[in-house]
Design a protein. Structure first.
Length: 311
C-alpha cells in the first residue's frame, strides 16, 4: 500500500514539475485513447452479423463466418503475398537508404550544405500521396510521360506503364523510399549525435581513417536503433500503405496482380458489400499476425542481439 502511495505521489509530483511537457503530450494521449483503446470493444463485430440499429452488444453472433469472406476468397493468397512482399521491399530498401543518407550527412563538414540537404530530403515526407500520384503520372503517362519521351529519343517505343503490373513493385518501392527515407535518416542522425566523441578521438589516435570509424564505431552503435525500428515495421507488415497504394494505383484492375494489398481489397469489398463485420474480421487477422511477428522477432532479437530488443 505504501509503495502504491509513493508511486502515485511521485507521478503527481512529476506532473506538477513538468506540467508544460505533459500538456504538450496531452493531445496525443487523447487521440490514442479515443481512436486506440476506445475502439477495442468494436472488435467483437468481427464475430457478429453487425446491425447498426441493434449495436455491438445485440447483433447476431455468427462465430468465424466473417473470416470465411477473406480466407475463402480466390484473391486471399494474392493480396496477402503482395502485402508482405511490398512491405519487405519497403523495409529493406527504406532502411538501407536511410542509413546511407545519415552516414553520408554525418561525414560532411559543410554545415550549411548539410542543413539544406536535410530540408530537401524531408520535404517529400510532407507531400500528399495525391500530389505524388500526379507527379508519377507526369513521368509514366503513355503520351506525355517523361520516361516515354526519353525512350522515344533512344529509339524505343512508348510503354503503357499503367498496364504493366510487373514493374509496379519497383515503382512503389522507389516512391516509398523517396518519400520516407529522409524522415528515417533524421532519426538515425539523432542516434549518431548521441555517440560519445571520445570513441572517435581514441580511434583517430590509433590511426583509424573516417571509413574505419564509420564501420567500426558509428554503424555498430546505430544497430540497436535500426533493429528497434525494423521490429516496429515488422509489426505492421500485414498492413499495407493504403494511402500510397490507393492514390498511385486506385481502381486500376490491370495492376491488381502485383499491387493489390489486404487493405485495398477490404476497402473495395466494404465499399461494394457494405458489411463492416467482414472488414473488422480481416483487420483483427492483421493485428493478430502483427502481434505474433513482433513477439517472435523480438524473442529472436533478444537471444542474439539483446541491445536491439524492445523488451
Amino acid at each position: 500500500m505504501e509503495k502504491r502511495q509513493r508511486l502515485a505521489f511521485g507521478m503527481f509530483s512529476d506532473i506538477h514539475k513538468n506540467g508544460t511537457s505533459y500538456l504538450l503530450v496531452l493531445p496525443a494521449m487523447v487521440y490514442t485513447f479515443i481512436f486506440g483503446y476506445m475502439t477495442y470493444p468494436y472488435m467483437i463485430i468481427a464475430f457478429q452479423r453487425f446491425n447498426y440499429t441493434r449495436g455491438i452488444f445485440n447483433s447476431e453472433w455468427v462465430g468465424l463466418q466473417n473470416f470465411e469472406f477473406f480466407f475463402r476468397s480466390y484473391k486471399a493468397l494474392t493480396v496477402t503475398f503482395n502485402t508482405i512482399f511490398l512491405n519487405l521491399l519497403f523495409i529493406i530498401f527504406g532502411t538501407l537508404m536511410a542509413l546511407v543518407i545519415s552516414l553520408v550527412l554525418n561525414e560532411l563538414r559543410k554545415k550549411l550544405f548539410v542543413k539544406i540537404s536535410q530540408s530537401v530530403m524531408l520535404f517529400p515526407h510532407f507531400i500528399s500521396w495525391i500530389v505524388v500520384s500526379y507527379v508519377l503520372y507526369a513521368f509514366f503517362s503513355m503520351d506525355m510521360g517523361l520516361v516515354n519521351q526519353l525512350l522515344n529519343k533512344l529509339g524505343i517505343a512508348s510503354v503503357n506503364w499503367y498496364t504493366e503490373p510487373e514493374v509496379w513493385p519497383a515503382i512503389l518501392t522507389v516512391m516509398h523510399v523517396w518519400k520516407g527515407a529522409g524522415m528515417s535518416a533524421v532519426i538515425y542522425l539523432a542516434t549518431i549525435t548521441g555517440i560519445d566523441e571520445t570513441l572517435y578521438e581514441a580511434a583517430e589516435i590509433d590511426g583509424a581513417n573516417r571509413w574505419q570509424m564509420c564501420m567500426r564505431i558509428t554503424l555498430p552503435l546505430m544497430m540497436p536503433t535500426v533493429v528497434i525500428l525494423t521490429l516496429l515495421s515488422i509489426g505492421k507488415i500485414m498492413y499495407g500503405d493504403f494511402g500510397m497504394i490507393y492514390a498511385l494505383v486506385g481502381d486500376n484492375g490491370t495492376l491488381y496482380s502485383t499491387t493489390d494489398i489486404i487493405d485495398t481489397y477490404v476497402f473495395r469489398s466494404l465499399r461494394q458489400i457494405g458489411d463492416p463485420s467482414e472488414a473488422m474480421a480481416v483487420g483483427l487477422f492483421q493485428s493478430v499476425v502483427g502481434f505474433i511477428l513482433v513477439f517472435g522477432t523480438n524473442a529472436i532479437t533478444r537471444k542474439f542481439f539483446k541491445e536491439g530488443a524492445l523488451y
